[in-house]
Write a protein that binds this ligand. Structure first.
Ligand SMILES: NC(=O)c1ccc[n+]([C@@H]2O[C@H](COP(=O)([O-])OP(=O)(O)OC[C@H]3O[C@@H](n4cnc5c(N)ncnc54)[C@H](O)[C@@H]3O)[C@@H](O)[C@H]2O)c1
Length: 347
């Protein structure tokens, strides 16, 4: 690689939400990817934020952790200034659709207001690049074909609507101020360190405990799955080579029905199919998401993982790390689980 290109890659980056699932993998990837980037992780350590995800990099000389809220403009402005931040990648969000149905207000606060605070702080401080980590859920239910970046957003849950609102704000900063913004829209992500409220880690850890796997409705909802490492290399590629103002879909190209994934998990663990319990469906549950990823491929990215192998290694990670998820499942999670599934599982 020519010297100039190497220099251009080194950043002083603020990663928000870096103690969560995807953010923690992204931080680790960046630390490995070049030997000059400085990373500041701003995370409010909400229920899904977990410093255990970052134990191996906690004392890395090019990594700093700041405990704080992206909605707090003073904190954000101060740390951009103190660390001479030139790039922001915003992973911080409330991320679980079911929680957004129970309590939508927090999603508007963090996902919309928080993004607005970051954008404004970035603009006033002259931050060079801003990448917003978004989701395929903003396109809404896609019964046929695959969503393209030029498709209109049609979110159907408070989570998806908050993320779509944030995307529109980010785009407005490009049009209005010429800010160098990028948006990635990733598909359903899985891998180690995912909070066990989400489909795959919930089903794996329930199966490991011989508990019922609560499958919504007929279980025929279809998702495009991507392994977390592929999602992170996609985000890094867009950050390095994407065109400002543009949106990039990042999908794994592995479409599977929820029921198939549940059965595959049980097969890997050698557990009986009878653990699957069909329960009352999620309100407004989207049947299918699917992404057209031709645009990000033009940047030279493509997913590496094979779904079956990556699912197996993910299942085995949870099997080998019961302390990681055991701690979570005995805390706040219990109350949430009872609220969401208690009545569903008792009928
Ligand atoms: N998980 C997926 O399948 C998926 C798919 C596509 C896109 N995304 C997007 O990727 C991003 C990361 O998702 P994830 O699955 O890692 O979520 P996560 O819930 O594991 O992590 C979110 C992190 O954000 C932090 N956070 C929440 N509110 C905050 C606030 N106000 N200020 C600072 N930090 C705050 C949390 O403490 C946590 O560490 C999100 O923006 C999400 O919308 C996720």
């Amino acid at each position: 690689m020519p010297k100039e290109t190497k220099k251009a890659v080194a950043m002083r980056i603020l990663v928000t939400g870096g103690a969560g699932f995807i953010g923690s993998h992204f931080l680790r990837l960046l630390l490995k990817r070049d030997n000059a980037t400085l990373i500041v992780n701003l995370d409010a350590l909400r229920y899904s934020g977990n410093l255990d995800n970052l134990r191996d990099v906690a004392s890395h000389p090019r990594y700093r952790f700041v405990h704080g809220d992206i909605c707090d403009a003073k904190t954000v402005e101060a740390l951009i200034k103190a660390h001479r931040i030139d790039t922001i990648a915003n992973f911080a969000a409330e991320t679980h659709v079911d929680r957004s149905i129970l309590e939508p207000a927090g999603f508007v606060r963090t996902d919309v207001i928080g993004t607005a605070v970051l954008l404004e702080a970035a603009r006033t401080a002259g931050v060079r690049r801003f990448l917003q980590v978004s989701t395929d859920e903003v396109y809404g239910d896609v019964s046929t074909g695959r969503s393209k970046e030029s498709d209109p957003v049609a979110p159907r849950s408070p989570y998806a609507a908050s993320k779509a609102a944030a995307d529109l704000l980010v785009q407005s900063y490009f049009t209005t101020y010429g800010a160098q913004v990028l948006i990635t829209r990733g598909s359903n992500t899985f891998g180690p360190n995912q909070y066990p409220e989400k489909f795959i880690p919930l089903f794996v850890t329930n199966a490991l405990e011989d508990q019922a796997l609560p499958l919504y409705g007929d279980g025929l909802q279809q998702r495009d799955w991507i392994h977390v490492e592929d999602h992170c290399t996609g985000i890094a590629t867009v950050l390095e080579r994407g065109t400002p103002g543009e949106i990039y879909n990042i999908g794994g190209g592995c479409e599977r029905r929820n029921k198939e994934v549940a059965q595959a998990i049980l097969n890997i663990l050698g557990k009986p199919g009878a653990l699957i319990r069909h329960v009352t469906d999620r309100l407004g549950h989207d049947r299918r998401y699917a992404l057209n990823c031709e645009k990000v491929r033009t940047l030279g990215w493509q997913p590496q993982a094979n779904f079956e192998d990556a699912l197996k290694s993910t299942v085995l990670w949870y099997q080998d790390n019961p302390r990681w998820w055991g701690k979570i499942k005995s805390g706040e999670f219990r109350e949430y689980y009872e609220r969401l599934y208690g009545a569903r599982l008792s009928t």
